[in-house]
Design a protein around this ligand. Structure first.
Ligand code: 13P
Length: 247
């Protein structure tokens, strides 16, 4: 039985001071429920938010990392910098990074391998544009993204990884995939994991849905057979996040 995992992706929102205020306002309400809860916050907010949630079950995640250990990569953050301060998760290949920062499937794969080697749990994002959905290539595309992201990842590591299916047309638009649309793609992701590894790995890996998740739709989405929680953007910045976590 897979445990539901709900992660808030704060994106480029909240200064350190604001981040602590938000973490403090949420922590008692989202701690100790049925789901694993992760707050994925901007880099400069990581340490203060880790401090704010330290006596809770809430985990803290980053929104990106670099695939090299160290060196001349101005502006980048390494896996080791994250683990040393207590970060447990990292979002990899979010569609905004793919679209605005030219992240390719190959880069997503390198980052996934580095995150796993460092002991971070990757939250690997996949998903199609509206054009791709209309072209009928969603399943092929998401299968391809998943396959490349997991190149060289062992079955053992894949079991504890998280994949987030985020249709790009549903992100920040208020337009959610229907429960069935989301389920169909999440089932296809689980199927490709089964083809790469085996049934046990496919059963274990957690697959989230992301894209305009809110207090009104979370319960039904998370009840679908292959959806194990959500990656939540806008609604994770509000008190509403409590209702999503305690769906
Ligand atoms: P919204 O929940 O704001 O649509 O964002 C989804 C997302 O991109 C989470 O990573």
């Amino acid at each position: 039985m897979r445990k539901t995992i709900v992660a808030g992706n704060w994106k480029m929102n909240k200064t350190p001071k604001e981040a602590v205020e938000l973490a403090n306002s949420l922590k008692d309400k989202v701690n100790g429920g049925a789901a694993d809860v992760v707050l994925c916050v901007p880099f400069v907010d990581l340490i203060p938010v880790l401090e704010a949630v330290k006596d809770t079950n809430i985990a803290v995640g980053a929104q990106n990392l670099h695939f090299e250990d160290s060196g001349a990569f101005t502006g980048e953050i390494s896996a080791k910098m994250l683990t040393e301060i207590g970060v447990k998760y990292v979002i990899i290949g979010h569609s905004e990074r793919r679209a605005y920062f030219a992240e390719t499937d190959e880069i997503v794969n390198k980052k996934t391998l580095k995150a796993i080697a460092a002991g971070l749990t990757p939250i690997i994002c996949v998903g199609e544009t509206l054009t791709q959905r209309e072209q009928g290539v969603t399943i092929e595309l998401v299968r391809l993204q998943t396959k490349i992201a997991l190149q060289g990842v062992s079955g053992g590591a894949a079991k504890s990884a998280v994949i987030a299916y985020e249709p790009i047309w549903a992100i920040g638009t208020g337009k959610t995939a229907t429960n069935q649309e989301a389920q169909d793609v999440c089932a296809a992701i689980r199927q490709v994991v089964k083809e790469i590894y085996d049934a046990a790995t496919a059963e274990a890996i957690r697959i989230q849905y992301g894209g305009s998740v809110n207090a009104g739709n979370a319960k039904d989405l998370f009840a679908m057979a292959d959806i194990d929680g959500g990656l939540v953007g806008g609604a994770s910045l509000k008190a509403e996040f409590e209702q999503i976590v305690n769906f």
